[in-house]
Design a protein around this ligand. Structure first.
Ligand SMILES: Cc1cc2nc3c(=O)[nH]c(=O)nc-3n(C[C@H](O)[C@H](O)[C@H](O)COP(=O)(O)O)c2cc1C
Length: 189
């Protein structure tokens, strides 16, 4: 199962367009998690205590862990998130907090090091940016490190289009070029 984590916000999202073209050439059915439709619970002390109790009792089938279970079982993961404030929309961080569950997506070795429990070997991170100053560190870089070092997903690939909102930019053309590259690189897998 391909998991599509859709962190796009706008109805006419360009990021979603790129993700759709990637999804159309990856093989297999995709399950979509549409973050803008989810009201995540506040991660306050009561939430953490409840979560810890469920983990301690081994109740991993609790609905609280549904996103973590789905993420852990996916064979490939596509995350689509617009480039916001050098990073991504907060809903994606909220989602990652729900997904990051010891005993489901990762565990610790006896030496205290994290060990991933996720089935996916590959993750795609799709983004679009208005400008051309697009450092990777706080968006893709963070997600890549989290998924590799904690969840054990070894391969992460960035797909992006930038400069879409610059004065005089031909956004349509930039997007078309990105879609062409996606098809060229992934079309024959
Ligand atoms: C809240 C917000 C924050 C943004 N921050 C940045 C930014 O830091 N750098 C940048 O280049 N563009 C920024 N943009 C522009 C978006 O990255 C750009 O319009 C992107 O293509 C939006 O993706 P979408 O079409 O999928 O919604 C921001 C846009 C919004 C709405």
């Amino acid at each position: 199962m391909i998991l599509f984590v859709n962190a796009c916000v706008r109805e006419q999202s360009r990021t979603k367009r790129l993700a759709d073209s990637l999804l159309s050439i990856l093989q297999g059915p995709a399950e979509e998690v549409r973050l803008r439709e989810i009201v995540f619970p506040a991660v306050d002390e009561a939430f953490l205590q409840r979560r810890e109790r469920l983990i301690g009792e081994g109740k991993f089938d609790d609905p609280l862990f549904r996103y973590a279970r789905q993420f852990s079982e996916a064979s490939q993961i596509v995350i689509a998130a617009p480039y916001w404030d050098l990073s991504f929309p907060a809903a994606l961080k909220q989602y990652l907090e729900q997904v990051s569950v010891p005993g489901i997506t990762f565990t610790y070795t006896q030496d205290g090091l994290p060990k991933g429990l996720c089935a996916a070997e590959r993750l795609f991170y799709v983004t679009t940016a208005g400008g051309l100053y697009v450092p990777e560190a706080y968006g893709f870089g963070y997600v890549e490190a989290l998924c590799r070092d904690l969840f054990g997903i070894r391969q992460a690939e960035l797909i992006r289009a930038a400069g879409l909102d610059l004065d005089g930019a031909d956004a349509e053309n930039i997007l078309r070029e990105s879609i062409r590259e996606i098809i060229e690189h992934h079309g024959r897998r």
